[in-house]
Design a protein around this ligand. Structure first.
Ligand code: KIV
Ligand code: ZN
Length: 519
């Protein structure tokens, strides 16, 4: 294959991705995602917005110390306090980058910043200069670039490159752009900004119109050298450009784009599963690349074609994104080695101690269901990776219920290792009764914003995977949303585990954070 331009993949799952409502992650979870992103082969990890909260600061600073193979980036507004705080967090990174941003569109200048064009240019230049005094790798983003007048955008970009920006990122902050417009913006910058060759052009698209990936691809076609994206496309509102989609589009249509990325595509599915598991934001079945149905052929005519020659209906091979074709794998008599093998093939690198726990849970599961599928093994491994400290741990329940009358639930949990139980007769049905019992026992009141059940694999004995989204209703918690997930062959048990997982997050409390775009 002829040599091609390499597109840098800038992952912002830990920063913009974390701006998805309810997606906040703790320090250990962020470190785990960062290590996984390194294995995935991204070039830059945006680890957070250090001034936003002590938690954000700690995560950028810990990731900066822990990760040396890739660039670690921290976000800052164009002011001294933000930039100094970002540098404080990044100073120990092997490859630090400060990302400064300032809105440039007329609507933001007039209503949010109350600044004229000259003042915006001066502030942007000052921010970039201050960041360059700290570190040699500085990215500048003209926020809402896609709605900025092109003449003014060219002026800002030229000024920040002169001030020392090494990457200029073009955000479509509100997901308003179309592919041809994005192509035009990037082409115009390349044609009209005299010093553009001294910086990498980047693109950062939101998905409000479902065009984030298409707009990013159009930018690459027009000459952008960096794409900002998130795993599973999570992010503010409708989300960001999905990393797995843009990477696989570039790879599958290399004939068209003639570019490469450094992403190890076989790690896409395991990384997607890890992020879904940690954030609680589940991937829709029909999601491109990593959705459960992405490689499932239903129509008989397709299946027939596939058997004759898979390329008739398959433009990518499942194994190229980390999906194995074999699905039915293990059973009651399978041993530890077979389980370790399968876990590794699915992308889970587990330590011998973790394998011991996963194996014990596997044996319990194998007693409950005959056939253990890849999805079951993934769920077992993911439980092992869930590192949040638990104040309340599910032990069991006893339930009597009949249609038309409230159920009686006796719930047993461990609170910091001590057994506790409660009994309630209340609720519209068994699940409501269990949730009310948990609230009574923990003393934590929440509003349930979402409740979902899906089967992990197939068959009547499939494990149920439940996700719940709870809004904290206590004062001073800012109505923060917390997610929890539970898996079990018993869907009531899965519901109880999911509800308790979310309650544990509420109990840990959430730190107040500054939102980068709301101040
Ligand atoms: O969407 C946006 O404009 C951003 C910037 C901070 C780059 O996330
Ligand atoms: Zn963004």
């Amino acid at each position: 294959m002829p040599a091609a331009r390499t597109i840098r993949i800038f992952d912002t799952t830990l920063r913009d991705g974390e701006q998805s409502p309810g997606a906040s992650m703790n320090l250990t979870e962020k470190l785990e995602i960062a290590q996984t992103l390194v294995q995935l082969g991204v070039d830059i990890i945006e680890a957070g917005f250090p001034i936003a909260s002590p938690g954000d600061f700690a995560s950028v600073s810990d990731i900066a110390r822990a990760v040396s193979a890739v660039t670690v980036c921290g976000l800052a507004r164009c002011n001294d306090a933000d930039i100094d705080r970002a540098w404080e967090a990044l100073q120990h990174a092997a490859q630090p980058r400060i990302h400064v941003f300032l809105a440039t569109s007329s609507i933001h200048r007039e209503f949010k910043l109350r600044m004229n064009e000259d003042e915006v240019v001066a502030r942007a230049v000052a921010g970039v200069r201050r960041a360059r005094n700290c570190c040699g790798d500085v990215e500048f983003s003209p926020e809402d670039a896609a709605r900025t007048e092109i003449d003014f955008l060219c002026r800002v970009v030229e000024a920040v490159i002169d001030a020392g920006a090494t990457t200029v990122n073009i955000p479509d902050t509100v997901g308003y752009a179309t592919p041809s417009q994005m192509h035009h913006v990037i082409s115009s910058l390349r044609e009209r900004v005299p010093n553009i060759d001294r910086a990498v052009i980047s693109v950062h698209c939101h998905d409000d119109l479902g065009l984030a990936v298409a707009n990013s691809l159009a930018a690459v076609e027009a000459g952008a050298g960096q794409v900002e994206c998130t795993i599973n496309g999570i992010g503010e509102r409708a989300g960001n450009c999905s990393l797995e989609e843009v990477v696989m589009a570039l790879r599958t249509r290399r004939d068209h784009y003639a570019v490469d990325t450094g992403v190890v595509t076989q790690r896409l599915v395991p990384t997607s599963r890890l992020v879904a598991n940690i954030t609680g934001i589940q991937v829709p079945r029909n999601k491109a690349i990593v959705g459960r149905n992405a490689f499932a052929h239903e129509a008989g005519i397709h299946q027939d074609g596939m058997l004759k020659e898979r390329r008739t209906y398959e433009i990518m091979r499942p194994e190229d994104v980390g999906l194995e074709r074999t699905d039915l794998v293990l059973g009651k008599h399978s041993g530890r080695a077979a389980l370790a093998d399968r876990a590794l093939a699915l992308g889970y690198q587990i330590t011998p101690e973790q394998l011991q726990t996963v194996f014990e849970r596997f044996k319990v599961l194998a007693d409950r269901k005959k056939e253990i599928y890849d999805g079951d093994i993934a769920a077992l491994c993911e439980q092992q990776f869930s590192t949040l400290p638990e104040q309340f741990t599910f032990e069991g329940y006893t339930l009597t219920s009949a249609s038309g009358s409230p159920p009686t639930v006796e719930l047993r949990v461990l609170q910091n290792g001590e057994p506790r139980s409660v009994s309630v007769t209340a609720g519209d049905g068994p699940i409501d009764g269990i949730f009310l019992a948990i609230e009574k026992l923990t003393g934590i009141q929440t509003a349930c914003r979402d409740f979902r059940v899906q089967a992990v694999t197939v068959g009547k004995d499939a494990q149920a995977e439940v996700t719940v989204e709870l809004e904290s209703t206590a004062p001073d918690t800012n109505h923060q949303v917390h997610r929890g997930r539970g898996v079990s062959t018993d869907s009531l048990e899965a519901s109880a585990k999911a509800f308790l997982a979310a309650i544990n997050r509420v109990a840990l409390g959430a730190q107040p954070r500054i939102h980068p775009q709301r101040t």
